[in-house]
Design a binder for this molecule. Sequence first.
Ligand code: BGC
Length: 413
Amino acid sequence: MPAANARSATPDGPPDGLPFPEGFLWGASTAAHQIEGNNVNSDWWQLEHSGDGTIAEPSLDAADSYHRWPQDMDLLAQLGFTDYRFSIEWARIEPAPGHFSRAELAHYRRMVDGALERGLRPMVTLHHFTLPRWFADRGGWTAEGAIDLWERYVRATAPVIGTGVRHVCTINEPNMIALADAIRRLGANPDDNQEPSATPLPDKATTDALIQAHHRARAAIHSLSADIEVGWSIANQVYQPLPGAESATAAHSHPREDVFIEAARDDDWIGVQSYTRTRIDKDGRPVPAPPEAERTLTGWEFYPQALGHALRHTADIVGAVPLIVTENGIATADDTRRIAYTTGALQEVTAALEDGLDVRGYLHWSALDNYEWGSYKPTFGLIAIDHDTFERTPRPSAAWLGGLARTGVLPRA
Ligand code: BGC
């Protein structure tokens, strides 16, 4: 079991490096569909086997974490982490409308207890992209009665989250969910695209529904226990204006990101998720990174400074709401680049702390190599997975980041 964050200080002075606050959340994140395997009752499984040509490979067994979560948690705790963010799977918990599986609720409760027994504080996400097939088939978030059904599910998770869980994330990246809905609808009706020159706007009806769903979930969870701190996690695209593109960038950002951040103004915390930046020109169009830019396995520009921008942008909108980095990481085959990237990102966190931002934690994406929504090729894991044997092998970056978690100090560069 790891000791709680112990400060490393020089014998007669402050710590030799950039210190993080006491109680800072040092963790790693995962999502059920991406690691559990055989999530057969979900809309994503259905998509993976629909033959529609958009999916390179199906998730199948993933990392078999549905069975191997004790090993994953053992590793994270031994490495020095204090927090673990994982999601619970609505498609398993409510396989048919109104039928809640006691066995699956007990499964996820064992995970919560298993984390606590190992000294890992669980952060539980209630919805990370995957829906029960029946919910998707009846029209998803914008169908009549969808928010009531969602609230019923949230209330049904009480045995999992009701005790021992401090942080609950209602919905992961609602802005990406609303964007995916827009892309799906435009695929069916291309003439409806009002912004052919830019990335599509998130679907407005889905945006409104998700904000309502989040607020309903927050109230429902607070009625379960006043001790649970509720938030949601936004995909921060780090929109940066090219010269003269300030107002075009603000207009681009609002429906794609800011409206979701604004909806967190009364939350207990907000999750900041950042990977790279997106530069915007005067016409409000994203501009690709220059050809000489270093790119990661997802094709994104290597730009760890994005996290500082994301934290400050979020704080500008939410004011005093505490910030938690719930995802940040890099898909790479070269683990030294993962350490370099994460060092840069953590320097941004310390700079934000020094400027008075209330940053409460850093949870790296991801604990394990996982199913990256259509492909296993982009490897984000601190821990490598052999997909034939399911053997777990922590990479040097895992020991390095777990070591920082133990000391709570980022050595000066
Ligand atoms: C998502 C994760 C995903 C990661 C890297 C985030 O958008 O929450 O599920 O794997 O980014 O693409």
